[in-house]
Design a binder for this molecule. Structure first.
Ligand SMILES: [Zn+2]
Ligand SMILES: [Zn+2]
Length: 343
């Protein structure tokens, strides 16, 4: 089969590899139609993931058709059109029993290794899906694959950022970073009737945020803009979706007293100079969130089905898998806001 292979830092190629087969009775094999490139794929792409095993297939956001199921797979059948959860979960460990599925003791992230046990991803014609009854969600006909793709990872992540910050109608929310994850937070917050100000340095991303219904400004404008808008009080909530240290520092100043800073950008720094004075004086809450597709995918699927959420609007480019090099390069340099490959 045809697969995207990450063979070394910034070395992407499309190659012929063996087609995966069922290895455990709880596995399924999915014939992929669409798989997205995620910002998290850029970390191993740049060689920034400690212990990552090069030579594997990336991709933790995919939609396709089930072509084979193991003997113990319940609820998912051959012929179903499905979307995955970015991480696998076993359903039986102590973390799963406590419904902390993203912290499952045997979790793997599709297309990753090093941080998690190795599991080939979905940027390929076929992908093996462990614990398929949990790792796959069957899709109704009326939901497009372009919308469904976002249920794998970044729509649940955006939702977690908004929901864990308790955003409600009329709240003023600042979203730092209008990459795909930040934009998912934007569409969820707007669907709740929040007022959303997006902060990003890239013109095309600000334009897309504006089209979605947010106000978009540059990082340089952020502090003065929010000060003026709120008489110096600050925003009810700040969602840090860029994964950058300057943004996280700025967030403390953009939030109002007793405000919430909800982080959905990926951070891997071992140290951060947190301004405890500001944190204490303003009684701020700082939360970090990993999206939990297994927990929220059904309610998000329903919201898509009802037309309340249209995450596919963020998918700016869809390319054949043969153009994977272009997809990675242009996504990395922010020419593509969100890109999917087709097979
Ligand atoms: Zn991702
Ligand atoms: Zn588990």
């Amino acid at each position: 089969m045809k697969a995207v292979i990450l063979s070394g830092p910034e070395q992407i190629s499309v190659e012929e590899v063996d087609t995966p087969t069922v290895q455990f009775p709880t596995d399924a094999i999915v014939k992929v139609s669409h798989s997205a490139v995620c910002g998290a794929d850029l970390l191993p792409f740049h060689g920034h993931t400690p212990g990552f095993e090069f030579g594997m297939i990336p991709g933790h956001e995919f939609v396709g058709e089930v072509v084979e199921v193991g003997s113990e797979v319940d609820g998912i059948s051959v012929g179903d059109r499905v979307v995955n959860t970015s991480m696998t979960s076993c359903g039986t460990c102590s973390e799963c029993a406590a419904e902390r599925w993203t912290q499952c003791t045997t979790r793997s992230l599709f297309g990753y290794s090093g941080v998690y046990p190795k599991l080939d991803g979905g940027q390929a014609e076929y992908v093996r899906v462990p614990n398929a009854a949990r790792s796959l969600l069957a899709l109704p006909e009326e939901v497009s694959s372009e919308d469904a793709l976002f249920l794998a990872d970044i729509l649940p992540t955006g939702y977690a950022g908004v929901d864990n910050a308790g955003v409600t109608e009329g709240d003023l929310l600042v979203v730092q970073g209008a990459g795909p994850v930040g934009l998912m937070a934007v569409i969820v917050a707007l669907s709740r009737g929040a007022r959303v100000v997006v902060v990003d340095g890239v013109d095309a991303r600000r334009e897309l945020a504006t089209e979605l219904g947010a106000t978009a400004i540059t990082p340089q404008e952020a502090r003065d803009y929010i000060d003026t808008l709120t008489d110096g009080v600050g925003a009810d909530c700040v969602i840090e979706a860029s994964g950058s240290i300057p943004a996280l520092k700025d967030a403390l100043h953009l939030a109002r007293p007793q405000g919430i800073i909800s982080v959905i950008g990926a951070h891997f720094e071992n140290d951060f100079p947190l301004d405890n004075g500001v944190m204490f004086e303003k009684e701020l809450t700082l939360k970090f969130n990993i999206g939990n597709p297994f927990k929220t995918r059904e309610l998000l699927l329903e919201a898509i089905r009802r037309g309340e959420l249209k995450p596919g609007r963020v998918l700016t480019h869809v390319l054949p898998a043969d153009d994977a090099v272009e997809a990675y390069t242009k996504f990395d340099n922010k020419e593509f806001t969100k890109v999917a490959l087709t097979y």
